[in-house]
Design a protein around this ligand. Structure first.
Ligand code: PGA
Length: 254
């Protein structure tokens, strides 16, 4: 199982910035041994094809889309379908990020439809789950995220689950207002995800204020197969440093 290390750029970067980042990344990765590490980048839709054109030079880097509609085509103004995302270069479809659940009406039902669409087209589905602070404070984190994951993945066969990654991203840990979860806080949720889905899904990731200082400790938590990073990887130097941490983790682990 590789160590997954990926970043979503969220709603950031012009085409020129996306190009600069990817050119630098591919150049720097050229000299690096990434054995056992799976890097991925999830640019905004507008930059996906541009990033793909450059990233084909290093096929170790896989790309994703931050969202996709469940229908294949049609009258869905403002939406992008899974086939369109794949056509532009994505192999991963991110689904159910808390920002989409909170601001754009994503529900357990729409995440279920989107996971099904991603799998129908041979993509990897990256399902994000995570609870708000008040749920954590009430001691209900694990029940909450299991409900999100079980709802979105209901009815999938073991073969389909092999194309699913789950990212546990507590809402209180994400973004400027967030603080990283501590290893103690992550043990319970990851043990539960591992018990429920562990060997059946492609991997379990943690996300939320990951940075160069905490990445190594986070990767050491039982059940964590990788990290999903925002701000700390928006500059290419940051992403490269995190990839180095993943490589070092992998070599001490094996
Ligand atoms: P952050 O974002 O690393 O900037 O906290 C994480 C995420 O939303 O996936």
């Amino acid at each position: 199982m590789p160590v997954w290390m990926g970043t979503s750029w969220k709603m950031n970067k012009t085409l020129a910035q996306a190009r600069d980042y990817t050119v630098r990344l591919v150049k720097e990765l050229g000299d690096r041994d990434l054995t056992g590490v799976q890097p991925f980048i999830i640019p905004p839709f507008t930059a996906l094809a541009t990033v793909r054109e450059i990233a084909v030079d290093d096929p170790r880097v896989i790309l994703g889309a931050q969202n996709a509609h469940w229908d294949d085509a049609g009258a869905w103004t403002g939406e992008i379908s899974v086939p369109q995302a794949l056509d532009a270069g994505a192999r991963i479809i991110e689904i159910g990020h808390s920002e989409r659940r909170q601001h754009f009406g994503e529900t357990i039902e729409t995440t279920r439809l989107k996971v099904a669409a991603a799998l129908r087209h041979g993509a990897l589905a990256l399902l994000c789950v995570g609870e708000p602070a008040e749920v954590r404070d009430a001691g209900r984190s694990t029940a909450y995220i299991l409900e999100q994951a079980e709802g979105a993945l209901a009815g999938l066969s073991d073969e389909q689950l092999r194309s699913v990654l789950i990212a546990y991203e507590p809402i209180w840990a994400i973004g400027e207002a967030g603080r990283p979860a501590t290893p103690e806080e992550l043990r319970g949720p990851f043990a539960a995800l591992r018990e429920r889905f562990g060997d059946r899904v492609r991997g379990l990731l943690y996300g939320g204020s990951v940075n160069q200082d905490n990445a190594s400790d986070l990767l050491r938590i039982d059940g964590v197969d990788g990290l999903f990073v925002g701000r700390a990887a928006w500059e290419v130097e940051g992403f490269l440093a995190l990839l180095d941490i993943a490589t070092a983790h992998n070599s001490t682990d094996s």
